[in-house]
Design a protein around this ligand. Structure first.
Ligand code: 13P
Ligand code: SF4
Length: 323
């Protein structure tokens, strides 16, 4: 078997459970092209858990927002291609200012991150003098530059507790803020943003499904409180994957973006997934063609004005120190 066929056979066997064979065969030449481009350009691909299994197949690392930032910190390659959305690529650039950072789909934003701007952060802070402000990693670099510390859904409770204060401002996601308040007992002043994907789940639907079928329900903290209340476990995408890898429930329902169940199904073939998922159009702007296109250029590497970058890096570094 030649090298290309061997690679294809290996890929096909890994992805067979979730990707049709014809799709894998069609993607194989493109995957080979991306691998050659990466080798040629000293590049690695960093993918979020919401990328499709085919996109994840070309990634050196796949994980949640926190794990992506931690991976970027220790990456040695000269170029990092981010398969995700803009705030993730900005975070990588802030942590690796000397690297070339490419966002595979340059237009991929996040409606939650776009729900708050600098002026609004300043107004909230002015209204709550002395109260520390925590920004979700799903924010622009300009918003991060205005706050004391960042958090992701994986460490939000830990970060808020570490501040050791009775009251914090959290922005922009109102549901993550509610989750942190419930878990920590700390008063949280929240912004009104919400994720267009996670707010589409409906608690009554989940309750009705559970009446007839035994299923372990996992929800992302961006889900509204009535939805979280129906779940057996609430956590980041990385925490969901860990929970399932350890507990191996026979049937699971993930209240988050669609690709998550496909990616976990590759690691946990014994779990039967019920899929009431919602697509994130921003995450799904990335395709294998776009990954190849980003490396072939010309494209626009992520650039952040140095004085803004210095201010935006501080709250991320503080978050990573907390862990
Ligand atoms: P995670 O950090 O849990 O992967 O979430 C990122 C995100 O955008 C969820 O919508
Ligand atoms: Fe943003 Fe929601 Fe998409 Fe995550 S799922 S990138 S929060 S719009």
């Amino acid at each position: 078997m030649n090298a290309v066929l061997a690679r294809h056979a290996d890929l096909a066997s890994r992805l067979a459970r979730v990707v049709p064979a014809a799709e894998i065969a069609l993607a194989a030449p493109l995957i080979a092209r991306i691998e050659a481009l990466k080798a040629d350009q000293d590049a690695v691909v960093l993918a979020h858990n919401y990328q499709t299994p085919l996109v994840s197949a070309v990634a050196e690392f796949t994980g949640d927002s926190l794990a992506m930032a931690q991976y970027a910190l220790q990456a040695t390659a000269g170029t990092i291609v981010v398969c995700g959305v803009r705030f993730m690529a900005e975070t990588v650039k802030l942590l690796c200012p000397d690297k070339r950072v490419l966002l595979s789909a340059e237009e991929a934003g996040c409606s939650l991150a776009d729900s708050i701007g600098v002026e609004a952060v300043r107004a909230v802070r002015a209204a709550c003098p002395g109260v520390p402000a925590v920004a979700y990693i799903n924010t622009t670099a300009a918003v991060k530059a205005e706050v004391d510390v960042c958090c992701t859904s994986a460490n939000a409770v830990r970060v808020v507790r570490a501040l050791g204060v009775p009251q914090v401002i959290m922005l922009p996601d109102q549901h993550l803020a509610g989750f942190v308040a419930e878990e920590s007992g700390i008063e949280v002043i929240a912004w009104s943003g919400q994720c267009e994907v996670h707010t589409r789940f409906d608690a009554a639907d989940i309750r009705a499904f559970r009446r007839d079928t035994a299923v372990t329900v996992l929800a992302h903290p961006e889900c509204p409180e009535p939805v979280r209340a129906e779940a057996d476990f609430v956590g980041s995408t990385g925490a969901m994957a860990k929970f399932l890898a350890e507990r191996r429930p026979p049937r699971a329902m993930l209240l988050t973006e669609c690709a998550m169940a496909d990616n976990v199904a590759l690691q946990c073939p014994d779990i039967n997934f019920v899929r009431p998922c919602n697509l994130c159009p921003h995450m799904k702007a990335t395709t294998l063609e776009r990954v190849a296109g980003a490396l072939e250029g010309p494209g626009a590497p992520i650039e952040i004005e140095p004085s803004l970058a210095a201010r935006a890096r501080r709250p991320i570094a503080r978050m990573l120190e907390i862990g």
